[in-house]
Every structure is written in structure tokens, then in C-alpha cells.
Design a protein around this ligand. Sequence first.
Ligand code: NAD
Length: 255
Amino acid sequence: MSEKQIQEAARLIVDSPSTVALTGAGISTESGIPDFRGPDGLWTKVDPMKFASVDAFLSDPKAWWETAVQIAPTLLDAKPNAAHKGLAKLEKMGLLQCIITQNVDGLHQRSGSQHVLEVHGNLVNAVCIVCNDRVGRQYIERKIKKKQLPPTCPTCGGILKLDAVLFGEALPQDVYRQAVTVAGNCRLMIVVGSSLTVYPAASLPSIATQTGARLIIVNQEQTPFDAEADLVFHSIAGATLTTIVEAVHALRGKR
Ligand code: NAD
């Protein structure tokens, strides 16, 4: 990443009346959470169809929960890193309206970001597959401690599933609709740590650019949207966001 690119990114952020970030698994790898498609990706270790599909869940909810109990703590006990904190700082400075995240780890909220749309749900809560009621992490942890798997709904007795979207499930429509609206209304979108290959979330940068928004991509590897972007950083998210936020501070100080 060159100094010129950093200065240009800072200028785009400071001059934009409405900025939205779109984040993916790559923003959380520096917190120790493997991504899906990178060289150390989760799916080189766990078969997604055996765990992350709704068919796998429905065919054996007990076995699914036993795997979830092994995997979920890696995500839920992780700490926000410099990239999450950089976006939280931009929001505090009034320069970032919203984060749309494909992640289910809750790290944006834990780094202080207030406006977060989780288009793939989260692993923090669980949802009843019968009555749709939601329960919090403490309830689930009590059930896990008592080895009552799969946990059941306190309201109707139905089976509970973690509130993350599995392959074969629809996205939460209300949240995705809001994401489309903020993408369509923003003047700048900053993508951080996403391969931009998982749809429909990967269509959000196009929704933004079609209405004239500028696009910055921060991702270690190339993405199919690099050619559409005003600026592309093929670099580590934490260091890149830290440097950009410092440049934003400096630029604001000068004006
Ligand atoms: P992805 O795995 O398809 O892509 C991640 C991208 O991030 C890769 O292109 C990789 O090169 C890049 N990357 C990895 N570490 C990086 C770093 N430190 N700095 C910059 N770039 C880095 O992820 P995706 O696009 O989010 O889509 C896959 C699905 O993965 C999403 O649906 C998401 O729900 C799910 N997922 C979430 C988590 C999480 O919640 N942390 C973890 C794994 C997968």
C-alpha cells in the first residue's frame, strides 16, 4: 500500500457524506478466527456440508450441536482486532454510518460499533425452529453445561438452532432489505476482508456503485470486484485500516 493510496482513501472517507462498510471473514482472521476460503480457511478442516448446512442440522440436531460446541468458542471468545477498532473509530468520528457484516462472530459490536447489520445472523443467540423465538447466550450455555443437547425452546419446547444462517437457509429478509437500502444510498462503500463470492451479500458493492458510490476494497487476495473499485489494497486489514484512520485524523486536523 502506497502513501498516495492511503491519502486518497482518507480523502474519499472525509469527503463522503455517507459511508458504509461491508465486512467478511477476512476482517476477523487477525482475531484468530479462520476464514472460509483463505489458505488456512475453516473449510480446509471442517466439511461445510457436514456442519454449515441446514440439512446437516435437521438430520441430526444433537450431533450438530456437539460440533457447534467445539467450534463456537473460537469465534465467541475472540477479541476485536485493529481492523474492527478502526471501523468503530470511523463511526465515532461520524464518518461511517453503518457496517454490513457477513460475519457471525459479534466482534464489530464488541469493538464498539453501534450500527451493525448482520446479514448472516450470529452465533451469539439461538432461534427456535418451531416458534422463531430467540434466546441469549447464557441460556444456551446453561443447557450445554447440563449436556442437554439439542437445547429446546423455553416457550414451545421446539429445537433451538444457533442464529447464524446455514447453507440452504434464507437470509433474514428484514436485515438484508436494510442492507440493500443503505448500500443503495451510500456515497462510499469500504469492503474489508471479503472474497466477494458469497451471494447475495456480494452483490452489495454493485448496488452501491450503480448509484454512483465510490468503492474501496481492502482484501489480501484479488476479488471479482477489484476492477470496479476506486482503490484496492491487497494487504492485511488491521494494519491497513489503522494507517487509513490515522490519515483521516491528520486530514481532518488540517481542514
Ligand atoms: P471468505 O472466507 O470467502 O473470504 C475472506 C477473504 O478475506 C479472503 O479473500 C482472504 O484473502 C481475505 N483475508 C483473510 N485474512 C485477511 C486479512 N487479515 N486482511 C485482509 N484480508 C484477509 O469470507 P466471506 O467473503 O466473508 O464469505 C464467506 C462466509 O464466511 C460468510 O458468509 C461468513 O458468514 C462466513 N464466515 C464467517 C466467519 C466469522 O464470523 N468470523 C468466519 C468464517 C466464515
